[in-house]
Design a protein around this ligand. Structure first.
Ligand code: SF4
Ligand code: SF4
Length: 407
């Protein structure tokens, strides 16, 4: 877990005040409790409908509609867990099990650990290391970390399935999952689902979707495979972030967007919650992993009052969709068109890490790992990517901007 106090404009007190639908008059009793118990007691008074449990496909686990992640700030976890958030993704990216989860009955929460190799022994080693480091008897899901490059890989890379079966027989894992982004992401996810081996998947997906992504949701629903979407709040975050690093035209567009959204915003109409509820209305989507680094973001993402979309929230999302119609959704459909092999969606994702996540070091380090021949500087300006993009994203301009941020 990380410390992101520099991004915590909303204090815990503000958070509790704003999140609670009806804070009861129990201040004296709460005051007598220890700090940890007090936090739990305060959170217990929060609106219970702020977090909703949903069945994660055929795993049958009742997961919170929001999944926490390894990069959530540590100070958010006690409140998040007390509210009912019970899924932690990429647990093996942490040095230990977060204490608020460790205190719970093990069956009450769910985690996945990522695997980044196809090699059977390598997978066994990675998984055993994670179990040992975390002191866990089992990890709920072994999640392939976007390692497939093609649909064919799903059929031929059988070491994954052998290692998973070994670990499952030993009681060290229960489910197989994959997160996938980049080239052919939707087709690869469909192949994973149709293989019958995967219990849940984690694609990048937001309110602006490609036909392939919509088809993926339909296939997942038919096979009862859970879908936890990632990168879902990029559009929303784009509206809210300060305009650092943007050029004049981009600043102006951001300002226009803010002005268009303003009339629909209010205490009960929040951008994050509206986007999340919209995603969760789609048949097939179980939950989202939203960007959450401070109380302001946590509060924005919580769906106080349940998942029913209010009219103003629908209007809010329509405005975001219209404003972000040219936003990259990391579908990877354009990768085939690039003669230079530039991993376009990955480069644009790194730019988002830089700007939206305010993680320039991580973004630059990932971009630096690309071979020089596949960086934006190798672009021939042929325009093939823009013809291939189903969403009319101005790819070249976005790539140039990404390069200026990351190089
Ligand atoms: S314009 Fe550049 S990034 Fe786009 S397909 Fe051509 S070479 Fe690739
Ligand atoms: S630029 Fe278009 S085709 Fe390429 S990843 Fe983004 S949304 Fe998909």
């Amino acid at each position: 877990m990380r410390e992101h106090r520099e991004h915590a404009p909303l204090s815990r007190r503000d958070f509790l005040g704003r999140t609670s639908a009806a804070v009861v008059g129990g201040g004296a009793a709460i005051g007598a409790l220890s700090a940890g118990a007090k936090a739990m007691a305060e959170a217990a008074q929060l609106d219970k409908t702020a977090v909703v449990k949903r069945r994660l496909g055929r795993t049958d686990f009742q997961m919170s509609h929001i999944a926490a992640a390894w990069d959530w700030s540590e100070f958010l976890l006690p409140d998040a867990v007390a509210l009912g958030i019970n899924y932690l993704h990429k647990i093996n990216w942490l040095p230990h099990v977060p204490p608020p989860l460790a205190k719970l009955d093990r069956a009450a929460w769910y985690c996945d650990a990522t695997i980044d190799t196809f090699d059977e022994q390598g997978i066994l080693d990675q998984f055993e290391n994670a179990l040992k480091a975390l002191g866990l008897e089992y990890i709920d899901a072994m999640k392939l970390h976007s390692i497939y490059s093609s649909v064919e890989d799903v059929k031929t890379r059988t070491g994954v399935f052998k290692a998973f079966e070994t670990l499952k027989k030993q009681g060290k894992v229960r489910h197989l999952a994959t997160a996938q982004h980049g080239k052919d992401a939707a087709a690869i996810c469909v192949a994973c689902i149709e293989s019958g081996s995967f219990d849940h998947i984690q694609p990048a997906m937001s309110v602006v979707m490609t036909p392939e992504q919509l088809n993926l949701l339909e296939v997942a629903r038919k096979h009862d495979v859970g879908v936890i979407t990632k990168k879902t709040l990029h559009a929303a975050a784009m509206v809210k972030r300060e305009a650092d690093g943007l050029n004049q035209q981009q600043r102006q567009r951001r300002e226009e967007l803010r002005q268009a959204l303003e009339p629909n915003l209010g205490a009960e109409t929040k951008i994050g919650a509206a986007v999340i509820k919209t995603m969760l209305k789609l048949p097939g989507v179980t939950a989202v992993t939203p960007l959450t680094q401070n109380y302001e973001q946590l509060n924005d993402n919580l769906a106080n009052g349940g998942l029913q979309l209010a009219r103003r929230e629908e209007t809010l999302v329509e405005t975001i969709k219209a404003a972000c119609a040219d936003m990259c959704v990391y579908c990877g459909e354009c990768h085939h068109a690039c003669p230079q092999g530039i991993p376009i969606s990955n480069v644009l994702r790194y730019a988002a890490y830089n700007t939206l996540y305010a993680e320039p070091r991580r973004a630059k380090a990932q971009y630096a790992q690309l071979p020089a021949a596949h960086r934006v500087s190798a672009c021939q300006d042929c325009g093939g990517c823009e013809k291939a993009c189903p969403l009319q994203v101005p790819v070249r301009a976005k790539l140039r901007h990404a390069h200026s941020l990351l190089a």
